[in-house]
Write a protein that binds this ligand. Sequence first.
Ligand SMILES: NC(=O)C1=CN([C@@H]2O[C@H](COP(=O)(O)OP(=O)(O)OC[C@H]3O[C@@H](n4cnc5c(N)ncnc54)[C@H](O)[C@@H]3O)[C@@H](O)[C@H]2O)C=CC1
Ligand SMILES: CC(=O)C(=O)O
Length: 317
Amino acid sequence: MQKEKRKIVLVGTGFVGMSFAYSMLLSGGCDQLVLIDVNKEKAIGEAMDLQHGLPYAQHKIDIKAGDYDECKDADIVVITAGATQKPGETRLDLTITDTKIVKSVTENIMSSGFQGIIVVASNPVDLMTYVAQKVSGLPKHRVIGTGTLLDTARLRYMMSEYLGISSKNIHAYIMGEHGDSSFVPWTHAYVGCKKLLAILDETHRDLNDLQNIYVQVQQAGYEIVNRKKSTYYGIGLSLNRLCQAILKDEHVILTIAAYQNDEYGQKGLYIGVPALISAHGVEEIVTLDLNEVDQQKFNNSCETLRAIIKDTIDPLL
Ligand SMILES: NC(=O)C1=CN([C@@H]2O[C@H](COP(=O)(O)OP(=O)(O)OC[C@H]3O[C@@H](n4cnc5c(N)ncnc54)[C@H](O)[C@@H]3O)[C@@H](O)[C@H]2O)C=CC1
Ligand SMILES: CC(=O)C(=O)O
């Protein structure tokens, strides 16, 4: 992005939003950060708290609480407003509450004249990205959900621990819903430039280990919610990574929720896939030649989301 000042507006100053804001402050990833929340006092308090740390931060950022008119010239609006899962709930259980919140937030954003990129983290994130796009009317490549970005980070961390190799060299991706029907296309996983499955074979490791790692990734959100009620640092850093990719026009491949236009035989919904991210948003979806089993998993994930869009979301929009 060629603008002099890189501006982000954050809507939702709860745990997720403020973990993102704090990581933005540490990385100096933008020049202006505006905080919006339905609870205005909270947004003001959070802005004050961050401002007071600025003398010890490496980067100067103009941080303030504000209103939706601030979205007009923003490069990115990040939506983290929403309800959190209670122990025993799935992300999909948040659908009705968060559809109403994301709809009203998106209407407010668009009434400012906003023309940038919307990034959504509110859950269920694939569906809330659909809501934000439908309500905003923005081009589909300029509305992006965090999708399986956090799940992929969890996978890379766990694989790195398992193999004793830096997560930077783990090129493995979680695809599908950010939720229970996600999956890993293991045949497309690499460690450095070598196929993961070949490494496992050569080192006499058990294929079941991979399945155990996937289950730990899939259950990670629940495990954390059970222990500390919500998860936020991981998604805060994931949001930071995605916003950096956009603001720096990185052309980097990240697994995010992108609108499907038949790249994987599915249309009309957002879901987690590897995609090339630049200042334009989603430049293109990276298509993998999925084997039959993985394609079936992807289709199942899409069917789960599609049914909720039809029965629950579309009637609310
Ligand atoms: N995509 C992902 O990987 C992850 C997503 N999440 C999701 O992020 C969302 C936020 O989670 P937390 O920050 O932990 O929740 P939180 O309860 O700490 O914060 C939510 C914030 O949204 C605000 N809010 C609610 N309605 C609003 C509205 N209409 N307009 C503006 N602000 C509004 C609340 O006042 C509150 O400050 C949830 O939907 C959660 O499920 C959480 C973790 C990971
Ligand atoms: C809460 C959530 O979506 C996660 O931590 O994966």
